[in-house]
Design a protein around this ligand. Structure first.
Ligand code: UD1
Length: 376
């Protein structure tokens, strides 16, 4: 019988990682897959548009969990995914990244004896206050196959005692998606639509609890963005949780649309985001994916965090950790404007082929006696 793998996606950053693995599995053959969407992200702008643009087949299973506190959301995913697994019993479950859907589905699967593979295993920020750090550690402890994007991941997994036989350094799938969409992104008229043709500009995203959940911090950052935007127009693609926080904290006027220097938009589709990053002189962000994308594109990236689980973006890439203090951000911003910034070097295995390497590993894994025995 052909083995069946569940591919689990739930939140926006999962979709860019799922697409190359789907393509890789289709090319390699010998294994069927079902796409399971948890529904952690559900707004069309955070969800449908990514499936469409990235050519991901529609989900076979939809768990419709929606938003909630971490406990409630995670619990809902576990309960609904377990019920779905009991009906279908796939040979293995593949989870991506570090969101609540990742850890919840891994837990539901292993408790039923269904082996788990983790794409983007081993990344560690060493900051336990980040919800994603807990998700990463727990998912890797449960996963049978650990598919790693950068060398630090291998070091971290070894230190935590993961057996060598579970670890594979396969490269970064996010960069597969970037490379295969770069021409389509260049063809987009996003920059002219925003009247930025021929002008220098910066691109901004912010959504981490450490930056947007505290009124004083968010207020300080939004005022700073307005100030910096007087030097260089900034396009701010705002995550729904940031907009909601701004309104809750009476800071809504600072993220209103229709301002000429700080151009505030809703969450952008993948191709528009890539098109904006490609043309940007600088990116200010707390997103993990953007640290990676800017590094490959050679665009200076001010990472508004004190730590990163993706250290290669700092050592070889173009990212600098600037935290959220106005002094450090302003000084780094000035460095970018005067051209004092590294251009970034080639990052090994971020070559557009990670999806095929992962598909080959998954095929061997699912056919191996271990995976099949456990899944009976
Ligand atoms: C989640 C991930 C984070 C990832 C981010 C990318 C976790 C713990 N966090 O954070 O790692 O970087 O996705 O976007 O899994 N909301 C909407 N529409 C949606 C989804 C969410 O309006 O489609 C709003 C709701 O108010 C919701 C809030 O955003 O309560 C937070 O959503 P949630 O999925 O819990 O976390 P994110 O902040 O999106």
């Amino acid at each position: 019988m052909t083995p069946v793998l569940d591919l689990v996606a739930g939140a926006r950053p999962n979709f860019m990682k799922l697409a190359p693995v789907v393509r890789g599995l289709m090319a390699v053959g010998g294994v069927e897959f079902k796409i399971v969407h948890t529904g952690q992200h559900y707004d069309p702008a955070m969800n449908d548009v990514f499936f469409r643009e990235l050519g991901i087949p529609a989900p076979d299973v939809h768990l419709d969990v929606g938003s909630g506190t971490h406990g409630a959301q995670t619990a809902r995913i576990i309960e609904r995914y377990e019920a779905s697994l009991m009906e279908r019993r796939p040979s293995g479950t593949v989870v991506f990244g570090d969101v609540n859907s990742t850890v919840a589905c891994a837990l539901a699967a292993v408790k039923l004896g269904i082996p788990v593979a983790h794409v983007e295993a081993g990344l560690r920020s060493f900051d336990r206050s980040m919800p994603e750090e807990t998700n990463r550690i727990l998912t890797d402890a449960m996963a049978d196959l650990l598919l790693v994007s950068e060398p630090s991941g291998v070091t971290n997994l070894r230190r935590e005692g993961a057996e060598e036989g579970r670890i594979r350094l396969v490269g970064n799938v996010m960069i597969d998606t970037l490379r295969s969409n770069i021409d389509a992104a260049r063809a987009r008229a996003t920059v002219s639509r925003l009247n930025l043709d021929g002008r220098r500009y910066g691109f901004v995203t912010l959504h981490r609890p450490s930056n947007v959940d505290d009124q004083e911090t968010l207020g300080r950052l939004l005022h700073l963005l307005h100030e910096l935007a007087r030097e260089l127009p900034l396009v701010f693609a705002i995550h729904p949780r940031t907009v909601a926080a701004a309104h809750r904290m009476s800071l809504g006027h600072l993220v209103a649309e229709g301002q000429s220097h700080l151009i505030c938009l809703g969450p952008q589709p993948y191709l528009d985001t890539l098109s904006l990053v490609l043309g940007a002189s600088v990116v200010l962000t707390d997103s993990g994916g953007l640290q990676e994308e800017t590094s490959v594109l050679g665009v200076p990236c001010l990472t508004l965090r004190e730590n990163t689980e993706r250290p290669v973006t700092v050592t070889l890439g173009t990212s600098r950790l600037v935290g959220n203090s106005p002094e450090r951000i302003t000084s780094a911003f000035a460095d970018v404007l005067k051209g004092a910034w590294p251009r970034g070097e080639t990052i090994p295995l971020w070559d557009g082929q990670a999806g095929s390497r992962i598909a080959a590993e998954l095929l061997t894994w699912v056919r191996s006696s271990d995976a099949v025995t456990i899944s009976k």
